[in-house]
Design a protein around this ligand. Structure first.
Ligand SMILES: Cc1ncc(C[n+]2csc(CCOP(=O)(O)OP(=O)(O)O)c2C)c(N)n1
Length: 612
């Protein structure tokens, strides 16, 4: 049976074992072909093909539930659950999402994209099942990278305490995006490389084959296997201490072996952890050799190489430069050293960069402690993932006015990654925190000036920037707290910030052709904003329009409205923003058009407003 002929994962059961390698190969080719055109999480998906096929062969989904942590490795799952025909639309506007989405399929159990949530959610489902007297199986697939996130420990601790039956598959490839970090990762490595796990594969598979079905017999069988295979099975202290039965490590590319293990262990009504060893990028040589590069890729190759330097790489380069003269500068990242542009810093100052794993909450409080101890920490992080640290920024940084600088990459629409990756709520989040200053540059020169200013401050500063340097500003220097005009004009004032200024400047050009002279103002100090600027515009009776690539609540429009209301000034005539909603994945330009944020749409609306 070919991939295209599968109507549901149940059909997998009809495929004889000897034909499965062909299917696996077909899935891999489909993934490579699609990601080459659409971009996506290539290496993670290639590593999880056999694992996903094995799970779908032993489970009865959608009644049984598979939860993929992060969800970036769910492509095989999508291909096996009736979405082969739409697969070419992966990550495209209105196409399949690159992460599980409940509205897309009944096989997608939770909407995900942020790491380390699967065990908690699986435990919730397992408890819902038990309380309602149902009997389905619940399986969480968690990478060794995701396992560095604190939520996993909280969930394991809880699950083990009540002995809730569920299965956790640890997909261990030794990698997060980069090489994995931390003590637990070291423990997994020890298990993986310990005396003869390769030998264990055969011994365990042989032993399991002889175990009869039925839970008591299974349990005895399991004990027998443990005794018998004592020399090859590895003793785990970690999961066992938390109340789980640990089983492994087993080969994550041996489909029949995995199937046998999953089948047997699912019969045990207990919390079990199966440690599966996979190779990231498996089956695609480049990705196997450079899994970091192929973790998440743009459509490759020709376009990818053209994409040019990012704001993140500019931030990383500048902080590295500054660090030469300032031994107090250090950097904290949460499993994103390379993605945030800080590899050069890590290479030059390995003792001053701390990759804490996928642990954003810890990253923030760690930085607060470093600042309290006299250092000048930068937290390099994607805006969307900083959401994890809300309480820590509030209590551990702002309450004490500690000089931590947040370098927030991927501000604005996250494009093809979708709802979980857009950085469009950060301003609203941060400006509720007393003492926090929020800046947003539109070009590299402005970014560097902001970093300088942050270092001159004794309290917290957040600098948020988009992925790419798009706007070529007539940059005249950054002056904290001031909103400067980038071009003059007395008929309307278009106040924008960061990347969307490009659309504002174009809108002003369009308006000029219609006889409307609009100034464009760069609100680079987003918060606390510039009341003086708004007072001057009000005195000159210039109608104000705000434009931002951020949700309406809490962003530039609401900042402007708030300042005006408090100062008794007329508020903005219109606030152009993204809606207060979850924005789906898609091409940035197309999304801007959908929400009325292109230059043409902005100009048309301003024209209507000033002419009426
Ligand atoms: C809260 C959060 N922080 C950071 C990320 C970015 N991120 C996506 S996948 C990933 C690594 C996951 O590693 P692992 O779980 O081992 O999966 P693998 O890709 O190696 O299969 C990271 C850091 C995220 N999705 N969520």
């Amino acid at each position: 049976m070919k991939l295209a002929e599968l109507t549901s994962p149940r059909d997998l059961g009809q495929i004889p074992a000897q034909e499965l390698p062909k299917l696996v190969q077909e899935i891999r080719e489909e993934i490579i072909k699609t990601v080459a055109v659409n971009g996506g999480h290539l290496a993670s998906n290639l590593g999880a093909v056999e694992l996903t096929v094995a799970l779908h062969r032993v489970l009865h989904c959608p009644e049984d539930k598979i939860l993929f942590d992060v969800g970036h490795q769910c492509y095989t799952h999508k291909l096996l659950t009736g979405r082969q025909k739409q697969f070419a639309s992966l990550r495209k506007t209105d196409g399949l999402c690159g992460f599980p989405r409940r509205e897309e399929s009944e096989y997608d159990v939770m909407d995900t994209g942020h790491a380390s949530t699967a065990i908690s959610a699986a435990l919730g489902l397992a408890r819902a099942r038990d309380m309602q007297g149902e009997h389905y199986k619940v399986v969480a697939v968690v990478g060794d990278g995701a396992l560095t996130g604190g939520m996993c420990y909280e969930a394991l601790n809880d699950a083990g305490s009540r002995h809730t039956p569920m299965m956790i598959v640890v997909n261990d490839n030794g990698m997060s995006i980069s090489r994995n970090v931390g003590a637990l990762s070291r423990q997994l490595t020890r298990l993986r490389v310990s005396r003869g796990w390769l030998g264990a594969k055969k011994a365990v598979a042989d032993a399991l084959r002889r175990v009869p079905v039925g839970s008591n017999a299974l349990y005895r069988g399991f004990q027998r296997i443990k005794n018998k295979a004592r020399n090859v099975l590895v003793r785990d202290k970690y999961f066992t201490a938390l109340g789980f039965r640990y089983f492994g490590p087993i080969d994550g590319h041996d489909l029949p072996g995995m199937e046998r293990v999953f089948r047997q262990l699912l019969e045990m009504e207990e919390p079990v952890v199966v440690h599966v060893v996979t190779r990231k990028g498996n089956g695609f040589r480049d990705a196997e050799e450079k899994p970091e590069k192929y973790h998440g890729v743009s459509p490759f190759m020709p376009q990818d190489e053209k994409s040019g330097p990012t704001m993140g790489s500019a931030a990383g380069a500048y902080v590295t430069e500054l660090a030469a003269g300032r031994p107090d500068i250090c950097v904290v990242t949460a499993a994103m050293t390379d993605s945030t542009g800080f590899t050069p810093f890590a290479e030059k100052y390995p003792d001053r960069l701390f990759d804490v794993g996928i642990a954003e909450e810890h990253a923030v409080t760690l930085a607060s402690g470093m600042a309290a101890g006299g250092l000048r920490p930068f937290v390099a992080i994607y805006e969307t993932f900083l959401q994890r640290g809300f309480d820590q920024i509030m209590e551990d940084v702002c309450l004490q006015q500690l000089p931590v600088t947040f370098l927030m990459d991927r501000a604005g629409l996250g494009g093809e990654d979708g709802a979980t990756h857009h950085g469009i709520y950060g301003v609203g989040m941060l400006r509720t925190m007393p003492g926090m200053r929020v800046l947003s540059p539109a070009c590299e020169a402005e970014l560097r000036a902001m970093i300088d200013w942050a270092l001159s401050q004794s309290g917290p500063v957040a600098i948020r920037y988009p992925k790419n340097t798009k706007v070529h500003l007539p940059f005249a220097g950054f002056s904290a707290g001031r909103w400067d005009a980038l071009r003059p004009g007395g008929d309307a004032a278009v106040i924008g910030v960061s990347a969307i200024l490009e659309e504002c400047l174009k809108a002003a050009d369009i308006l000029e052709k219609k006889g409307i002279r609009a100034s464009v103002i760069n609100a680079s100090t987003l918060w606390p904003g510039d009341e003086g600027c708004l007072r001057r515009l009000a005195a000159e009776r210039v109608p104000v329009f705000t434009v931002e690539e951020h949700a309406l609540t809490g962003g530039l429009g609401s900042i402007t409205a708030q300042i005006c209301a408090c100062a008794g000034l007329p508020g903005p005539r219109r606030m152009f923003s993204l809606p207060d909603a979850f924005i789906p994945h898609g091409n940035r330009k197309q999304l801007l058009a959908r929400y009325g944020l292109t230059a043409e749409q902005i100009a048309a609306q301003i024209q209507k407003a000033v002419r009426t």
